[in-house]
Design a protein around this ligand. Structure first.
Ligand code: 4AD
Ligand code: MG
Length: 431
């Protein structure tokens, strides 16, 4: 039996005969030689079929191959400095699994809607594959950071009776005789977990019925939510900048070839080193006025405002101390200025928008009860959350990083639809 291997590991088989399960990406021929561009998901390799060196059956099999046909290819691995991967295969045999007819995604240009309808096939393209590899590396680096810093992974529920981030974009469902919602954020549960375990993080899907169709919003997205007991707002910012630095530097170290395959400007990512600049909401408003934006104090920023601010920096920037009125009910007011809260949004450079939202949490039970009233949140549903403030309340802070926006930024993608294998968007539930 010939050794079975994958393209990623051909370097371990130079001079040996191996068999690789693969798909035909593309093909060129010059009369007596056929060059097969093969992919197997782990990488790309050129396999060379020389007419005088193979059987007639093998030569004809190679000739019959169409784009995305599946095959086992057998041959000898050679070093080939001129090829992109550094290796080539000299083919001895071909075993076709299936000849593909009329593969819908051809090398010519296709429109976005067509590609989204064929997302299950589009994932096979070199760029989409590279994005998925980078996404996986980002997830790995995220978990590595929190594991190294002794945070415990905790899984909050997906079906919840409460809202964490306002009631306008909740997904409603029946839970037998009760009403339930798909989680918008695991935060409230992570606060309970922090009181049990100290430093915790969650990583899971979250859902928001966003009626706005933008290039930054998904209906289903993945969020990392760390929560830390005995930690104030300033200490949380330090964790955030170290965390994001670790993620970006890990991708640079482990995904060079994927970043190159999608044409990312790597120098922009090399700049990403803690500390990150910080400006207050007030300073941001003043700056926007100098740029001609007509935005009153107390209004939330939109994408154009965030982009104008981010353009001033070559690293992510924290915007801190937003007005309480435009932020979530649980954020702790600044003791020196209660109309603003101890919070920060981290805005990515190059116009990729908010990637982190975080804050110090209210730890005083009376103030929390007052907030329930102001926000018309039913005290019964949130009783357990109030308990966290009644039994050994401590200062605590946390934040949430949106995975897909982070992938969009690190990969330099125009739209979040390419950052997740099967995006759920306002008008898309298929495939
Ligand atoms: O700012 P958000 O709403 O904060 C929270 O949910 C907090 N409970 C987090 C916490 O403190 N534990 O969302 C956090 C991040 C945003 O900065 C953004 O990156 C991402 O989640 N996000 C979205 N990403 C894609 N599509 C959407 N519809 C998103 N909504 C938020
Ligand atoms: Mg936010």
């Amino acid at each position: 039996m010939t050794n079975k291997t994958v393209i990623r590991q051909v370097n371990e088989h130079v001079g040996e005969k191996v068999v690789i399960g693969s798909w035909l990406n593309n093909k060129r021929s010059s009369g007596k030689i056929q060059f097969l561009q093969l992919r197997d998901g782990t990488g790309y390799i050129q396999a060379v079929v020389v007419k005088s060196e193979v059987s007639e059956d093998t030569w004809n099999a190679a000739k019959s191959l169409t784009q995305e046909s599946s095959l086992y290819v057998t041959g000898v691995i050679r070093e080939e400095p001129r090829s992109q991967s550094g290796y080539e295969m000299t083919v001895t045999e071909l075993d076709i699994i299936q000849l593909t007819e009329n593969y819908p995604i051809t090398p010519k240009e296709h429109g976005v809607d067509f590609l989204m309808d064929h997302r299950h096939l589009w994932l096979r393209s070199q760029k989409q594959r590279a994005i998925m590899v980078i996404r996986a590396e980002i997830i790995r680096a995220i978990q590595e950071f929190f594991d190294q810093h002794h945070f415990t992974l905790v899984d909050p529920p997906i079906l919840t009776p409460t809202s964490a981030e306002g009631t306008t974009n909740l997904f409603h469902t029946k839970y037998f005789d009760e009403d339930a919602y798909l989680t918008q954020s695991g935060q409230l549960y992570m606060e309970a977990a922090a009181m049990a375990l100290g430093k915790v993080y969650s990583f899971g899907p979250t859902f928001r019925a966003e009626k706005s169709k933008t290039r930054r919003h998904l209906i289903e997205f993945w969020m990392i939510e760390p929560e830390m007991a005995f930690t104030d707002h300033e200490e949380s910012l330090v964790v955030q900048e170290q965390f994001v630095t670790h993620v970006v530097q890990s991708v640079l170290k482990n995904c060079r070839s994927e970043l190159e395959a999608i044409g990312r400007d790597i120098t922009k990512l090399e700049n990403i080193q803690a500390p990150f600049p910080r400006i207050t909401y007030d300073e941001a408003i003043d700056f926007l006025h100098t740029k001609g934006f007509d935005i009153p104090w107390g209004e939330d920023f939109g994408a154009p405002h965030e982009t104008a601010i981010a353009e001033q920096y070559d690293k992510p920037v924290f915007i801190t101390h937003y007005p309480a009125g435009i932020k979530a009910f649980y954020m702790k007011p600044d003791p020196n200025r209660p109309e603003v809260v101890l919070c920060a949004d981290m805005i990515a450079p190059e116009g990729y928008g908010e990637i982190i939202g975080g804050s110090q949490r209210i730890d005083d039970p009376e103030l929390m009860e007052a907030r329930f009233k102001e926000h018309e949140l039913s005290p019964e549903t949130y009783q357990w959350y109030l308990d966290l403030r009644k039994y050994g309340s401590v200062p605590h802070s946390g934040f949430g990083l949106g995975l897909e926006r982070t992938v969009a930024w690190i990969c330099g993608l125009e739209h979040v639809r390419e950052t997740i294998p099967f995006p759920r968007m306002l008008y898309r539930l298929y495939p």
